[in-house]
Design a protein around this ligand. Structure first.
Ligand SMILES: [Zn+2]
Length: 209
C-alpha cells in the first residue's frame, strides 16, 4: 500500500472507531483541551507517548525531540512549556527518556555522527557523559552505560526545568506547585518507571511515586 493510501485509510479507520465508541468524542475535543500533563520525550518511533500512557487525544500536551532535551534557548521548546503551564494550567511535567536511546548512544561515542544538527544537539549529553565518566566506566557493558546515561540525561533536564522562570512563575501561589517527573521507559518491556521528582514552588526533590 502506498504512503498516502496507508496514512489516510488508517486515519479514517481510527476516526470511525472513535465515533462508534463515543459519538461526541470529536465535538467535545473541538471545544477545548484539558491535558493532565506536559510530556517531553524522545522522537523515537518506539516511544509513542499517548499509546504507552493509554491516553486519548486531549490528555497529553506533547513536545518531542531526539533524546528528550529541554532547550530553553530555543523558542519551539520554551514556548511549548510556557503555553503548557500558563495557558493550559498543567501541573505535571514529564521528561521521559528510554532504554537504548539512539541519541544517547551516539553521545556515548567519541566520534561525531557527521550529521551537523544532530551533533550540535547532542553536545550537552556528551558533557553529562564526561561529568559522570567514572561511574559510567565502571558499568559492565555498553547497554548498561547507555541506559545509565539516559537516566542522567533525564535528571539533567529536570534540573534545567526546575530553574525555568516560566515554570517558577506558574507555580507561584498554587497549593502544590508544579511537579516535574523524571521517567525512563523500558522499551523491551513496555513499562515506565519514575526515577526522580521535583516540586517547583516548594523547590525540593521528592521521592518518586
Ligand atoms: Zn531516544
Amino acid at each position: 500500500m502506498d504512503f498516502n493510501k496507508r496514512i489516510l485509510l488508517e486515519n479514517q479507520a481510527w476516526a470511525s472507531r472513535k465515533v462508534e465508541e463515543d459519538p461526541g468524542f470529536f465535538e467535545r475535543l473541538a471545544i477545548k483541551q484539558v491535558p493532565y500533563a506536559l510530556w517531553i520525550g524522545c522522537a523515537d518511533s518506539r516511544v509513542p507517548a499517548e499509546l504507552l500512557c493509554n491516553a486519548d487525544p486531549g490528555e497529553l500536551f506533547i513536545f518531542r525531540n531526539v533524546a528528550n532535551i529541554v532547550s530553553l534557548d530555543q523558542p519551539g521548546c520554551a514556548s511549548a512549556i510556557e503555553y503548557a503551564v500558563h495557558a493550559l494550567g498543567i501541573k505535571h511535567i514529564v521528561v521521559c527518556g528510554h532504554h537504548l536511546c539512539g541519541g544517547v548512544k551516539a553521545a556515548m561515542e567519541e566520534e561525531k555522527t557527521n550529521l551537523f544538527h544532530v551533533d550540535n544537539h547532542l553536545v550537552e549529553i556528551k558533557e553529562t557523559r564526561d561529568k559522570n565518566k567514572k561511574e559510567l566506566e565502571e558499568l559492565p557493558d555498553d547497554n548498561s552505560r547507555v541506559n545509565r546515561l539516559v537516566e542522567l540525561n533525564v535528571i539533567s533536564q529536570i534540573e534545567k526545568l526546575s530553574g525555568f522562570e516560566a515554570i517558577k512563575q506558574a507555580a507561584t501561589g498554587t497549593e502544590r506547585g508544579i511537579r516535574l517527573h523524571g521517567m525512563v521507559y523500558a522499551l523491551e518491556e513496555g513499562l515506565l518507571r519514575e526515577i526522580a521528582a521535583y516540586d517547583v514552588g516548594p523547590d525540593r526533590w521528592v521521592t518518586p511515586d
